[in-house]
Write a protein that binds this ligand. Structure first.
Ligand SMILES: [Zn+2]
Length: 687
């Protein structure tokens, strides 16, 4: 992961393995489940015996967990996961038809069909063994000190991040420019503190990780004793890299991960011009300047590599290659990877069905080819226009909200509005689709396809260095159940995949849609003005447009949120990290305020009687219940623990009550008395 910032609605990855691409073998004879959307207004989740003024999450979601046991193949379940399953099922329909040679014989249809077919053919994958990786494995086995950079470049090009990470980003201080970026990387556990924390669970996870490395090396032919020694040496090596790495909370500060320097400042540490070998192997253009995101890292890495014997470095590279490609290697590799990333870190007890994982692999590799068919079939013609109306309503609400802020000066308000008015709204899918004509896809080579697709994507990214920015570009594929704000682009992005029930439902009433997707829109928009977003201006440049007094007032306000969220305890004695989650919590709180303002305004324009009850609830009540039901969840303790330590988002359940206690409209909607648990005297308010 390079230093470019993206603020998403929720985490897209769990524990290093992609949220949607981790390992699986379908249980024979078990019928495939049929996934249906969560109701847009879910009466079955409401526990009416709970007073909404005392615990709104328990009221709106009290029956959710009992009604929705966690499927064995998931770390938890919630609205997002459910819609993700629905969308994956739809992708499967498209892919089954394409793989069978359906009516659409376009180049793209053949590519997605062939990719899916090869991925599903586990008999061929098992028969091939490690044959497709042989050339790379031999290169690793014969690698000497001077060839390390070359091998690292080849591995990074196919998506195997070893030693450090290298990529492209928009220049934080000149958003019109695309530059190279070098950063920490190369760890197999989720982030640095997993190597350093001292609790019993942490020690246990480190043992699990060493066992996983041992298993993968043994499976690839290393004798068992040697594999165990190698695994301990790899652990020791990665621990040194972890110590030189920056922590995730610190990395949220864009100033701390931006150091544009002449490339010689970095290459001087690489022995004997080997950075040039790396650039060549990773297919990067030669660069003259680079963002050295964590300047302490490369010198520490280079001296650690110098002090580590070559056998350990070979084993490290071998392990990371096997681990990254495991989903398309024989079953034993796939199972071992599931065991560590999904079971030990996420608590799942069963691998996801192959069709789910292969659908998601095609989405990752050929997302805009598959996505093009997906939006034709599942994103109705007027959805984009309707969504745009809601986005404008919420942007108008923010405009009015800025006027009313008592803590911000007129000068900063002007600049805030300038930024707000410059936000680009991207809805559903890109205006121009990506061209995959140069990507070779074989119907019989699953791991080859995965590696070629990763190289295609890496080349596409690195090819942007030195070129003008394409504002049409999307960082998520159309079927994705997520949304994001990109501060360098100053744009908000809502893929077609989340513009589906229960988040957006053309058949639902205004209150319900504004509570669900309206709060999501408000969330993304508020990211432009959270503690990270505020540091970027209307053009996407890292530039301070605040008066010092306004920043001081802002920090006092956000400090209130840090204290509030620090108190939440999702599992055992693990607290939410209020500083790590501050940006997301600010977005959740502000987004809900804006969505409610926009809802009331739209209802007035349409002459709706908001006090009229539907299903027993008024409009404002339905709005807040719909919002809360975005976050009804049932999660495994392992996933809660890993999430609290790695995820900049608070756990689902706190994404309801966390913002609810700070909502000016909530007490009125449910006639709560001041001082009730959901209407505390000392509430927090930023936006
Ligand atoms: Zn977010």
């Amino acid at each position: 992961m390079t230093a470019s910032a993206r603020f998403c609605l929720r985490l897209a990855t769990l524990a290093g393995a992609a949220f949607c691409t981790a390992a699986y073998a379908q249980t024979a004879g078990k019928p495939a489940p049929v996934y249906t959307p969560t109701p847009s207004f879910d009466l079955s989740s409401i526990d009416a015996s709970v007073n909404p003024c005392n615990d709104f999450y328990k009221f709106a979601c009290g029956h959710f967990a009992a009604n929705h046991p966690i499927p064995a193949d998931q770390p938890g379940t919630d609205s997002f996961y459910n819609l993700f399953n629905v969308n994956t099922q739809e992708l499967r329909g498209i892919l089954d038809a394409a793989a069978a040679g359906g009516a659409d014989r376009s180049v793209n249809a053949r590519k997605i069909g062939d990719f899916y077919h090869a991925c599903m053919d586990t008999a061929a994958i098992d028969a091939d063994g490690l044959k497709p990786l042989k050339p790379l494995l031999s290169e690793i086995d014969s690698m000497d000190q001077l060839e390390i950079a070359t091998v690292a470049g080849k591995l990074q090009r196919i998506g195997v991040t070893v030693l450090f990470s290298y990529g492209e980003q928009q220049d934080f201080k000149d958003a019109a420019k695309q530059i190279a970026s070098i950063d920490q990387g190369g760890l197999g556990m989720p982030e640095k503190d997993f190597y350093l924390r001292t609790g019993a669970k942490d020690v246990e996870l480190r043992k699990d990780y060493v066992a996983y490395i041992t298993k993968m090396l043994t499976l690839s032919g290393t004798p068992a004793n040697e594999a165990a020694t190698d695994a301990n040496d790899i652990m020791e090596f990665e621990t040194k890299l972890a110590k030189a790495s920056m922590g995730i909370t610190e990395r949220r500060d864009p100033d701390k991960v931006y150091h544009l320097v002449p490339v010689s400042d970095v290459t001087q540490y690489f022995p004997m011009g080997t950075f040039g070998r790396f650039e060549e192997a990773v297919h990067s253009p030669r660069v003259t300047e680079i963002n050295d995101a964590n300047p302490a890292y490369i010198p520490a890495l280079v001296s650690t590599v110098r002090d580590t014997d070559i056998e350990t470095l070979r084993a490290y590279m071998r392990f990371h290659l096997l681990s990254a490609e495991a989903a398309n290697l024989p079953k034993a590799f796939d199972d071992a990877t599931f065991e560590f990333y999904d079971h030990d870190l996420g608590g799942s007890t069963e691998q996801r069905a192959r069709w789910k994982r292969c659908s998601y692999q095609v989405d990752g590799a050929l997302g805009e080819a598959l996505g093009q068919v997906y939006v034709q079939q599942y994103f109705a013609g007027d959805s984009k226009a309707k969504m745009l109306t809601m986005v404008h309503d919420i942007e108008d609400a923010m405009d009015r909200d800025i006027d009313t802020l008592d803590w911000m000066s007129a000068a900063t308000k002007l600049r805030a509005k300038e930024k707000l008015h410059a936000v680009a709204n991207k809805i559903g899918y890109p205006d121009h689709w990506r061209d995959y004509s140069s990507l070779t896809v074989s119907p019989t080579d699953a791991v080859g396809n995965a590696m070629r697709a990763a190289a295609f994507e890496s080349d596409r990214e690195l090819n942007k260095i030195g070129k003008p920015v394409d504002h049409n570009e999307w960082d998520m594929t159309p079927p994705t159940v997520n949304a994001y704000y990109n501060p360098s682009m100053n744009d908000i992005n809502f893929p077609a995949g989340i513009l589906q029930p229960n988040f957006y439902d053309p058949k639902a009433d205004l209150a319900v849609n504004y509570g669900h997707i309206g709060a999501v829109i408000g969330h993304e928009l508020t990211h432009g003005f959270d503690d990270e977003g505020k540091k970027f201006d209307a053009k996407g440049n890292l530039a301070d447009w605040w008066t010092p007094a306004d920043t001081a007032a802002f920090e006092k306000k956000t400090g209130c949120l840090v204290d509030e969220y620090n108190q939440f305890v999702p599992v055992d004695d693990v607290h939410v990290n209020g500083k790590l989650t501050l940006g997301e919590n600010t977005a959740d709180n502000g987004g809900l305020v804006l969505a409610f303002m926009a809802y009331l305004d739209r209802a007035k324009q349409e002459h709706l009687d908001i006090d009229a009850k539907v299903d027993g609830y008024t409009g404002p009540q339905r709005f807040y219940i719909a919002f809360a039901q975005n976050w009804c969840s049932n999660e495994r303790p392992e996933a809660l623990r890993t999430g609290a330590m790695t995820d900049p988002h608070s756990p689902d359940q706190f994404r309801t009550n966390g913002p609810i206690v700070n909502q000016p409209g909530f007490a009125g909607a449910f006639s709560c008395k001041a001082g009730a648990p959901m209407v505390p005297a000392n509430s927090c308010r930023v936006w």
